[in-house]
Design a protein around this ligand. Structure first.
Ligand SMILES: [Zn+2]
Length: 453
């Protein structure tokens, strides 16, 4: 009896002990970074803070203090010299496994090369101040897993996995003489899936989530950088779109769609798609419909307004692709105006790859201000707090659930960048050369403050 009682007490003690010893007391001291002498743009405010200190403990922001804070013993102290600390930038439309044209990995190189180039680019993203990327298609799934497991450096990744596209759709990168339903080129490498009919869509969406996709990307209409789909084409029936949405919702996530014109976008909205990529050829009616349904806009300024103004210079485009690019350029400026007028939830990402565009992701933000005359604060929100709102729609598929992204607040993830000057007055301060310190998940990936500039 006594023995039993002792055992009961012992078991009870084991059961309650985790409550008595808090996690903080047990944990070893976490590394600390203290930014002194910085002005903070928190991802939301209309202006910068007073000169402040921001304390990072472990992978979270622990404290934001106006004035000077005292460093803990052993902390890394960074004197910002009055520069601006803002949330790490979020690219909402990357293709980290595409490096030149869409078929580069098949015709010029192999998948080993594509992976190596991707690793190289992810390091460059961090150097540019982009600490998170939502990947809008291509097989980044294994790479995202490896980055999350700490195997090699990269931004936080929200991969869509392989594109879902119909025969002759925007991700059909087959050859002219391919037989209908020829899927080998795409599916072998997980680059994308040719889906005709509900069953194909269900299978591809499930396959992506199985390997860690955080949302699903479908191709809902013609595109510029592809061969077999005229830009006016609407792609996927509403039933096929709904099939993708059903699976995404079953995983607690959402669908984003590549779509340019009214018919594609409106069909996607009716099917339950939550984020429209590009959107450059729509009418104001469609913009109003997006607002009504709470659908987000994810659009790119450099690729529509700048690059497509001179498509002749894009060496890997055919004559037909160049003609499509010119058409998009004409619609884009008007679309951005309506989006702002109707206060759409707007996010952005460059959709920029290749040796010329890849290293200049922030040019997309700069172009919003310089070419479309959007106020810098609104533009910066598209790549920080607005972006985080859309990322949160990945629900339980989001691998980063312990803290907020896209803001500088207590307990948010410590993803911050220190830039020269005041980006609310001069957006060029988020350009790569003005990004001086980059911290992602509490780790320093760049600090060139010792260099003069
Ligand atoms: Zn894209």
């Amino acid at each position: 009896m006594l023995r039993t009682l002792t055992l009961v007490i012992a078991v009870a003690a084991i059961a309650i002990s985790p409550v008595l010893v808090s996690a903080d007391e047990k944990a070893e001291a976490k590394p600390e970074i203290l930014f002194q002498n910085v002005r903070v743009w928190d991802g939301l405010s209309e202006k910068l803070s007073e000169i402040s200190s921001v304390r990072v403990v472990g992978n979270k922001i622990a404290e934001i203090t106006v004035g000077k804070a005292k460093a803990s013993p052993g902390a890394t102290v960074i004197d910002g010299g009055g520069r601006t600390l803002l949330p790490g930038l979020i690219d909402m439309h990357s293709h980290l496994v595409i490096h030149e044209g869409m078929v580069d990995g098949r015709t010029n190189y192999d998948q080993m090369t594509m992976g190596a180039l991707t690793a190289h680019r992810m390091v460059d993203y961090l150097q540019q101040g982009f600490t998170t990327a939502r990947d809008a298609g291509g097989n980044l799934l294994g790479i995202a897993k490896a980055v999350n497991n700490g195997r090699f450096p990269g931004p936080r990744l929200f991969p869509s996995g392989g594109f879902l596209s119909q025969t002759g759709g925007h991700a059909d990168t087959g050859f002219f003489n391919d037989q209908p339903g020829s899927k080998d080129n795409l599916e072998t490498n997980g680059f994308g899936y040719i889906c005709d009919g509900r069953a194909d869509v269900l299978r591809a969406a499930r396959q992506n989530f199985r390997a860690g996709a955080t949302q699903i990307k479908i191709m809902g209409g013609g595109g510029v950088a592809s061969e077999f789909d005229p830009i006016h084409a609407t792609q996927f029936t509403i039933d096929e779109m709904k099939a993708a949405v059903e699976i995404a919702e079953d995983y607690g996530s959402y669908v984003l769609v590549h779509a340019y014109h009214d018919r594609s976008v409106q069909r996607a909205i009716k099917a339950g798609v939550r984020c429209i990529e590009h959107n450059f050829l729509v009418s104001e009616e469609t913009i109003k419909m997006m607002k009504e349904y709470g659908v987000a806009l994810s659009a790119q300024v450099v690729m529509s307004v700048v690059a497509f103004a001179n498509p002749e210079e894009i060496t890997f485009f055919s004559a037909d692709q160049k003609a499509k690019a010119r058409k998009v350029n004409a619609g884009a400026v008007q679309m951005f105006e309506w989006a702002r007028k109707h206060k759409l939830l707007t996010v952005t990402g460059g959709d920029m790859f290749g040796v010329d565009y890849g290293p200049r992701q922030a040019d997309n933000l700069i172009a919003f201000v310089e070419l479309l005359k959007w106020p810098p604060v609104e533009v910066l929100k598209t790549a920080t707090s607005n972006a985080a709102t859309v990322l949160s729609w990945s629900g339980d598929m989001n691998p980063y659930k312990e803290g907020k992204l896209g803001v500088i607040q207590k307990d948010a993830y410590a993803d911050v960048i220190l830039v020269n000057g005041n980006p609310l007055e001069d957006i060029k301060m988020v350009g790569r050369d003005n990004v001086r310190v980059v911290v992602k998940d509490g780790k320093i990936y760049k600090n060139n403050l010792a260099d003069s500039k």
